[in-house]
Design a protein around this ligand. Structure first.
Ligand code: SF4
Length: 236
């Protein structure tokens, strides 16, 4: 039996995550993802917002056919849905699309229209946090594209850590990368990116809550602009 096939307790997973966070702090993203692939095998997935396919591309090199989980909130830009389709069609990954329990119309009927304007925390909980929690159920470890340089709230992101809320290993293989590192990887490998990145949106989420950012402004300042909210709850 390989290591990846063994069943580990939550305590073992937590210890594994904390040790790997220390051991892999200076490792490259591909080394971190190779460790994840060897350690967790099919119990490992990548989540992608479809801003770009950098982590999905890296993960597919470490684990061809890797599960890439995309959360279709029902509020995405057409460009984001198009990027997801392209990733599923051309990359060596298994694209898994998660959807909320309620359609936007059903949510509007129960909570009233434009919940995102009146109570974005509840909207994110219904359309992002809950579906992801259910979708990640069968995995021991998940990887994200979080980077330390994106915002002060992400400055201490470990490359491998313990996701207390979901009781899973959380991997941020490009945590130490800068935007320049990402751009260089995209150029070198011809990685798919969301066309909105070239249209004034350096950070892309749901259409009602994502706005263009002026050149030189903080990349995430266009997310929930004008509100105190800075994160959707997936990474809190
Ligand atoms: S980002 Fe906006 S539209 Fe998307 S789930 Fe959160 S509040 Fe709703």
């Amino acid at each position: 039996m390989t290591t990846a096939q063994t069943t580990r307790s939550k305590a073992e997973l937590k210890e594994l995550a904390e040790q790997a966070g220390r051991d892999l702090e200076d490792a490259t993203p591909l080394e971190i993802l190779t460790w994840a692939a060897e350690t967790f095998g099919p119990r490992f997935c990548v989540t992608s917002s479809m801003e770009d396919a950098v982590v999905a591309h890296l993960a597919s090199r470490a684990l061809p056919g890797v599960d890439v989980v995309f959360l279709d909130t029902g509020y995405h830009f057409p460009e984001t849905l198009g990027t997801a389709d392209a990733v599923g069609a051309v990359m060596d990954v298994n694209l898994i699309t998660l959807t909320p329990v309620q359609s936007v119309a059903e949510q509007d009927a129960q909570y009233g229209p434009k919940l995102h304007d009146r109570d974005p925390d509840l909207c994110c909980a219904l359309r992002k946090v809950k579906p992801l929690e259910q979708g990640l159920g069968s995995y021991d470890a998940w990887a994200t594209g979080l980077r330390r340089d994106e915002s002060p709230t992400r400055a201490n992101t470990p490359v491998v850590g313990w996701d207390e809320k979901r009781q899973k290993v959380k991997i941020a293989p490009i945590a130490r990368w800068t935007q320049e590192d990402v751009d260089a990887y995209v150029a070198e490998h011809g990685v798919l990116t969301n066309p909105l990145l070239d249209d004034g949106y350096p950070s892309i989420g749901c259409a009602p809550c994502t706005f263009r950012v002026a050149e030189g402004e903080d990349a995430r300042s266009g997310r929930w602009a004008g509100r105190a909210k800075t994160e959707c709850g997936l990474h809190g």
